[in-house]
Ligand binder design. Structure first.
Ligand code: UDP
Length: 314
């Protein structure tokens, strides 16, 4: 198949492209490199069936020839981006998704949208089931992302009703693995780079807030299965094993044999207190569940961070 991956130079986008190339597809990777890394695009470009198109999806996306599938992974997604890039995020989630839907309609392609557990906000239902509408502050510190992604889900729903375009919606929960940026600002990259350097490991609040971390290859497998399924309703893709941030920090320190201590910092506003996917829908409709446990996933991620540090001589 001929597949477009928007956001190909991002963390999940890169791994998705790699998987699609390994499956024998031709991949057109689109990225404006605003938060994606040129190196990811360069590494993919070594593959004969990959072509990189530097382009922002905020502008209409024109691609010659037939297209079978479009994965939209394009959007800054780290909470540290929610301040400086707030308008860009809203534009990406609205105009950007719209442009890709127009492309899907014109090419009669199927589009999968990377939605997020953030649509559930600071949830009152735990674990989160897809039928839960969420608890989101529309004017809060995270609202550009949360409401942007919620708008995108509404747009897919209406666009499909109006034009008959085939869409899929993956609600992606916290994901980790090699090629996360050390300066990405998220919990695991922070914990790993801090523990490696022997610096204090920064835990927000008292660290009792929870997340459930999915290794990236598992996540990508869920995305591909969803795309190739006939499921048009949103599906949670994530690992249901839940851990507090304090536990996660201690686990990383211990795994690295680091002398780092934990430093408690103020908690960001609207930070969800709990997060864990109910993956019954993915299990029953896609035959999917995560396979990589946290220890081996973290080991592979730490190995990547060590290689990166050695490369850059830090
Ligand atoms: N967090 C933390 N220390 C950090 C970075 C994040 O304790 O250095 C917390 C953050 O406040 C949140 C959780 O870890 O409660 C997960 O944050 P992350 O930015 O990884 O992603 P989120 O799930 O909030 O999108």
């Amino acid at each position: 198949m001929r597949v477009v991956v928007a956001g190909c130079a991002g963390f999940i986008g890169f791994h998705l492209c790699e998987r699609l190339l390994n499956d024998g597809h031709e991949v057109l990777g689109v990225d404006d490199l605003s938060t994606g890394q040129a190196r990811n695009a360069d590494d993919l470009a070594r593959h004969a069936r990959f072509r990189f198109v530097r382009h922002s999806i905020i502008e209409p996306v024109r691609i010659e020839g037939a297209i079978d599938r479009i994965y939209n992974m394009a959007c800054p997604a780290s909470p540290v981006d929610f301040g400086p890039r707030r308008l860009f995020i809203l534009e990406t989630c609205s105009r950007g998704v719209w442009n890709l839907l127009d492309l899907a309609r014109d090419k009669k392609a199927r589009l999968l949208q990377a939605s997020t557990s953030e649509v559930y906000g600071d949830p009152h239902v735990h674990p989160q089931v897809e039928s839960y509408w969420g608890n989101v502050n529309p004017i809060g510190a995270r609202s550009c992302y949360d409401e942007g992604k919620r708008f995108a889900e509404a747009l897919l729903t209406s666009y499909r009703a109006a034009h008959g375009t085939a869409t899929r919606t993956a609600r992606i929960f916290n994901t980790y693995g090699p090629r996360m940026r050390a300066d990405d600002g998220r919990a695991l990259p922070n914990f790993i780079s801090q523990a490696m350097a022997g610096r204090p490991v920064t835990v927000h609040g008292d660290g009792s807030q929870t997340r459930s971390f999915c290794f990236v290859t598992d996540l990508v497998d869920g995305l591909v299965r969803l795309m190739e399924s006939d499921v048009i309703d949103p599906v949670n893709i994530g690992n249901p094993v839940e851990i507090s941030m304090l536990q996660a920090a201690q686990e990383v320190i211990e795994m690295l044999g680091s002398r780092s201590t934990v430093q408690l910092l103020p908690r960001p506003s609207d930070d969800p207190s709990v997060r864990r996917p109910d993956i019954t829908r993915a299990r029953t409709l896609l035959g999917w569940e995560p396979r990589v446990d946290r220890r081996s996933g973290l080991e592979r991620t730490v190995a990547w961070f060590r290689d990166e540090a050695a490369r850059s001589g830090t």
